[in-house]
Design a protein around this ligand. Structure first.
Ligand SMILES: Nc1ncnc2c1ncn2[C@@H]1O[C@H](COP(=O)(O)OP(=O)(O)OP(=O)(O)O)[C@@H](O)[C@H]1O
Length: 570
């Protein structure tokens, strides 16, 4: 986002905490500096700024502005100008009706994962000036380049996490939306798939600038599936294996109130409702990859976090049977499945990422401004321009696909697997900061495919432990393989199936195959009934109100701020 034209729109004397300042506004910055400190001629600009405690506030990080009551005891300098009638018996009648002071709310700590908001009161010399300030600041916040949402459709899952989603929204999010003057339409869901169905059909999405869910990863994937299906249906695009889905115009925001909240953690660096609300208000935007899953040519679901077979599929199935146990059901089911130690025979075919520099074991983590995701985003825009100009009829198939299909590029692995995981994002969460796929990128157009070959109970436990402990690396284990893939297909192999039938046509085999013993796919927490799947990754298909995780170094930086700012933190 680039906002040009940085001339001063308004400038005047104001007071902050009874001290005089000069306040200036441009289209990018709000600046205030004390009027009482002299500028030394010999010093550099940065030295002067430091000496004068000039505070420069990026307008992108301003949440809103509103009139406030002036302090009961204004300072001497200001008393004369705006309180000159106080000595007169006519004071009550002549006291101005308009505001004399305004408050600007802004984000702090943006270099850290957890954001906060602070409010600074500016006292003006007269009401006309105060109103001018309010109007000008609102004008700047509304400039299209900031891309802020004005109207939102909010879904609250009252049963998410520990059933506090409604309270979290009312107490930690709604006050910020009010300051930012965002109009919200709130729907408290009444059943599973209520949010998906509302978005998919029925609601006039032209009346909103974004969708927000308050809950866990489950309600987010409902919104994502509803929005993508709606967008593609309205565009007349079939959801079949050989069509690239179209990106929706609306962004999605996630207010974490679920049990794990790994999507919000991976895209903002923290699972914190206030931080998420602030990302939404300031109009942050990041494109994330989405994996579309098919059975043969039939569309099943869109998946953003994990598509897991074997252990993770069995765990989900088992935990569904034990819902009465609450959150504990995951631990119980996980333990049972470790002891069961099942391995499933299958054949997996995949097409690796053409970018040989980016590998799932390269140790390159995805942080804000990630160069791998940026390069993928640039490639995606170039591809779509070329395809549009060269051959409109081929618009649904990307350039890369055409090249890859012509030279095949598929690899096949057959074997017995305890677990197969396809991760489209790292799945970091507060319990495991590195996530299930530590080097997976949010928007590189690829997923990390992790294959855990048949192994002992003890080794499988080691594998699970290594996905959690920062000092351990799951890819050091010799029964674990990882590939960065653009797409893959999987089919279980039944015990009767002999090696001699490998020459059979794959498609017809998929239809006829009825494996005796297979697992299920866990697709973002939903069970897929048929174990035969095809999956494709779509680069940055959906945009979220987020900007990625801050780097560890930036997270540890101290935030410098002027004295006035340190007061009034919300
Ligand atoms: N009113 C409702 N009643 C029953 N189920 C609902 C309702 N609203 C949403 N759901 C379903 O609840 C499931 C779980 O919700 P959600 O993911 O928000 O919470 P969670 O499971 O606690 O969090 P996480 O997914 O992060 O572990 C979703 O799959 C969603 O379809």
């Amino acid at each position: 986002m680039e906002v040009k034209n940085d001339h001063v729109l308004i400038q005047s004397n104001v007071e902050i905490n009874n001290k005089p300042y000069i306040l200036s506004l441009t289209r990018t910055q709000l600046t205030w500096e004390p009027t009482s400190i002299e500028t030394g001629r010999s010093s550099t600009i940065s030295e002067q700024l430091a000496k004068q405690k000039v505070h420069v506030q990026d307008m992108r990080e301003v949440i809103g502005v509103h009139p406030v009551k002036p302090p009961s005891k204004p300072s001497r300098g200001f008393k004369k100008s705006y309180n000159s009638k106080h000595d007169s018996p006519m004071f009550i009648e002549l006291h101005p009706i308009g505001p004399l002071a305004f408050a600007v709310s802004m984000v702090t700590n943006t270099s850290k994962p957890r954001w906060r908001c602070k409010m600074i009161n500016f006292l003006c010399t007269d009401t006309y000036l105060c109103q001018q300030w309010i109007d000008k600041i609102k004008e700047v916040l509304a400039i299209p380049a900031f891309n802020r949402p004005r109207r939102l459709l909010v879904f609250i899952n009252p049963l998410a996490g520990n059933k506090k989603a409604e309270k979290i929204y009312r107490e930690k999010v709604q006050p910020f939306f009010e300051i930012a003057e965002i109009h919200v339409d709130v729907i408290v869901t009444e059943r599973a798939n209520h949010a998906r169905d509302t978005v998919q059909s029925g609601y006039d999405l032209r009346t909103v600038d974004g969708l927000v869910c308050v809950g866990g990863d489950g309600i987010f994937t409902e919104l994502l599936n509803g929005l993508l299906t709606r967008t593609n249906t309205e565009a007349g695009m079939e959801q079949t294996l050989d069509h690239d889905p179209i990106s929706p115009d609306l962004r999605i925001g996630i207010i974490p109130a679920g049990s794990t909240d790994c999507i919000v953690y991976t895209t903002t660096g923290v699972a914190d409702p206030a931080t998420s609300a602030l990302h939404i208000i300031i109009g942050d935007s990041i494109g994330i990859d989405v994996c579309s899953v098919y059975h043969g040519d039939y569309f099943q679901r869109y998946c953003v976090s994990m598509l897991g077979y074997g252990y993770f599929g069995d765990l989900l199935k088992e935990s569904e049977n034990n819902r009465w146990m609450g959150k504990l059901r995951y631990d119980w089911s996980g333990l049972k499945k470790i002891f069961a130690n099942r391995a499933y025979e299958g054949e997996i075919e995949f097409r690796e990422s053409p970018d040989s520099k980016s590998r799932p074991t390269d140790g390159v983590r995805c942080f804000i401004g990630c160069s791998v995701c940026q390069a993928a985003g640039d490639r995606k825009s170039q591809d779509s321009i070329q395809i549009r100009t060269a051959a409109p009829a081929l618009f649904t198939i990307s350039q890369e696909d055409l090249v890859q299909n012509s030279s095949d590029g598929w690899q096949t692995i057959r074997g017995r697997f305890c677990s197969i995981k396809c991760l489209t994002l790292s799945c970091a969460c507060s319990l495991s900061d590195k996530g299930l796929a530590p080097n997976c990128h949010l928007g590189d157009g690829c997923s990390d495919l992790v294959l855990v070959r048949e192994c002992s109970r003890f080794n499988f436990f080691r594998f699970l432990l290594s996905t959690n402990k920062p000092e351990l690396n799951q890819f050091d284990l010799d029964f674990v393989e990882v590939y960065r893939v653009k797409e893959f297909r999987f089919r279980p192999i039944s015990s009767e199936e002999s090696d001699s039938d490998t020459a059979l046509n794959r498609k017809s085999r998929h239809k006829k195959l009825r494996p005796q013993r297979s697992s299920l796919w866990n697709c973002d927490g939903e069970v897929l009934e048929n174990p035969v799947v095809n999956a494709r990754v779509h680069c940055q298909l959906v945009r979220l109100f987020a900007r990625g995780r801050p780097t560890l170094e930036r997270s540890n930086e101290n935030h410098s701020c002027c004295v006035a700012c340190e007061k009034g933190e919300m």
